[in-house]
Design a protein around this ligand. Structure first.
Ligand SMILES: Nc1ncnc2c1ncn2[C@@H]1O[C@H](COP(=O)(O)OP(=O)(O)OP(=O)(O)O)[C@@H](O)[C@H]1O
Ligand SMILES: O=P(O)(O)OC[C@H]1O[C@H](OP(=O)(O)OP(=O)(O)O)[C@H](O)[C@@H]1O
Ligand SMILES: O=C(O)c1cccnc1
Ligand SMILES: [Mg+2]
Length: 482
């Protein structure tokens, strides 16, 4: 058994940058935080030392864990917390005539230099009731922080957890691409979804702004519009393509593609498998390959996956292969993704065998279209040949659960414990400053998290400990730390 003081390390150090979103200012809070701050100030109570815990009560998505995220933005917010003159005027006007000038002076001098933040590391697996953040400081300023800190943690942790759950179902070996920007809840929802899906275990995003802001790998394919924007191969004017090693040039890549399409169509194994393919699709693929010979991939479901998309893709990929380029793969965006991925893989294997193009069967198959945990699970049960999943709407909107429900509760003031009672036992707050420990079994797996009071002795290996289980707050367990 090993005991780790896993949670709530004091956050310190120099932070220069402000929050990613410039809308995150001291005004990004609820009006009642200002009315309370004013009342604390008026009563001369504003400097009393308060301790608040930020935690959630129930794991989301009916699950058994949560991924904590949003900490970096909280730190940036606290480190740069300062009112502008404009903001001070607005706050004082909003307090409806009851604002003395002294309060404006108080706000003018306010920052978070007297605030201490203790936090669980961002990206950790966390559980209900254990504080993710502990914030200590003068009660008036910490009160103002309630709403923005909850705002910065709630969605971040929810979407990171959603991403981790998708990763768990998809398995470690699959590539997971976040495609949700167009469906996200506004610009901040989109940027946050990309950042926190990455923390939750996605490999890349299609969101260019998130790539620039956070260095998240960018990935993407192309859309149906690109395919349907072409009519015929005649539209392709610049037809030449240099070989990958630059040693030669193919003057008419379009003809090379057509030759390959013919060869596939009349090959021993694929004769009669498909007829005439869609020429506008062939033109689009050819044109895309001329633009990205090193990174050619094709969306193959605009017209008919097996009768047109796949053969057209293979013709272009084989033409590229003649010039020393290796195509990347395809994307499927409709239909039965399990069945189509099997059929596509079979087609690639046949091409590899028939034409001796080494590695052709390993073409990457990406799938998208309203994917979520359930569809990934259904695909796994059926078996499939998909290598990468592009997931948007269900991931970024956290479709199955709207919010994590983090709360911010006063647990101590002037070194005195505070509690919030409720008829709903799950809503009763746990008073006092806490320490959090994660206990590990001999095999190195975490067993349980426990909280103690700040000044209680830490749990020790080979020592029995009586614990109250947090789910009911009634049952008492004895944990043998041997
Ligand atoms: N083999 C499968 N098993 C389970 N679910 C699947 C499978 N293949 C696809 N799906 C899911 O089924 C749904 C299919 O939706 P729908 O029928 O509306 O799409 P479509 O008609 O194939 O495509 P679109 O309407 O976008 O052209 C999607 O959510 C998709 O992710
Ligand atoms: O399905 P999601 O998980 O949200 O993933 C993103 C979707 O966005 C794109 O098309 P879009 O949905 O805009 O058009 P479509 O519905 O016609 O595919 C893409 O082709 C995916 O289908
Ligand atoms: O790059 C893609 O294929 C993509 C990006 C966003 C949404 N749908 C698809
Ligand atoms: Mg769609």
């Amino acid at each position: 058994m090993e005991v780790k003081d896993y949670g709530l390390s004091r956050v310190s150090g120099r932070v220069l940058d402000g929050p990613t979103n410039p809308m995150v200012t001291p005004l990004l809070t609820d009006l009642y935080q200002f009315t309370m701050a004013y009342a604390y100030w008026k009563a001369g109570k504003h400097q009393e030392r308060a301790v608040f815990d930020l935690y959630f009560r129930k794991n989301p998505f009916g699950g058994e864990y949560t991924i904590f995220a949003g900490l970096e933005e909280c730190i940036k917010f606290l480190a740069n917390f300062k009112f502008t003159e404009d903001e001070i005027s607005f706050v004082c006007e909003s307090l409806a005539g009851s604002c003395e000038d002294g309060f404006c002076d108080y706000l003018r001098g306010l920052d978070c230099s007297e605030v201490e933040l203790y936090a669980t590391p961002e990206g950790s697996v966390v559980f209900p009731k254990v504080p993710l953040l502990r914030i200590e400081g003068p009660v008036a300023v910490v009160q103002l922080l309630e709403t923005p800190l909850l705002n910065l943690v709630n969605y971040a942790s929810l979407v990171a957890t959603n991403a981790a759950r998708h990763r768990f179902v998809a398995g470690k070996s699959k590539m997971l691409l976040e495609f949700g920007l167009r469906r996200a809840q506004g610009p901040d929802g989109g940027i946050g979804a990309s950042k926190y899906s990455y923390i939750g275990g996605f490999d890349a995003t299609s969101n260019v702004a998130a790539g620039k802001l956070f260095g998240i790998p960018l990935r993407g394919t192309h859309s149906h519009a690109f395919v349907s924007s072409y009519m015929s191969l005649d539209e392709i004017v610049e037809k030449s393509l240099r070989s990958s090693d630059g040693s030669s040039s193919c003057e008419d890549f379009v003809s090379l593609v057509q030759t390959w399409l013919n060869k596939i169509q009349w090959s021993n194994s694929l004769r009669n498998v498909f007829g005439e393919t869609n020429q506008s699709e062939l033109a689009a693929f050819t044109s895309y390959a001329l633009a990205f010979p090193n990174n050619f991939l094709a969306l193959v479901d605009t017209y008919d996956v097996m009768r047109s998309g796949i053969p057209n893709f293979c013709a272009v990929a084989l033409a590229l292969s003649d010039l020393g380029y290796k195509a990347v793969g395809i994307r499927l965006d409709s239909g039965d993704l399990a069945y189509l991925s099997f059929e596509a893989r079979k087609f690639f294997c046949t091409i590899e065998k028939e034409f001796g193009v080494l590695g052709f069967e390993k073409m990457i198959i990406t799938a998208s279209n309203d994917l979520n945990e359930e569809t990934l699970d259904a695909l796994n049960k059926q078996g499939h040949e998909v290598d990468a999943f592009g997931i948007g709407t269900y991931l970024v909107t956290c479709f199955t659960q709207a919010a994590l429900g983090c709360v911010f509760k006063l647990v101590e003031i002037n070194n005195q414990p505070r509690i919030k009672l409720s008829e709903d036992v799950s809503k009763v707050s746990i008073p006092c400053k806490k320490r959090c420990y994660r206990l590990y079994g001999r095999e190195g797996y975490p067993l349980v998290d426990i909280m103690t009071g700040e000044n209680e002795p830490s749990p020790k290996v080979k020592q029995e400990k009586i614990c109250r289980l947090s789910r009911t707050l009634e049952r008492v367990a004895s944990i043998n730390l041997s």
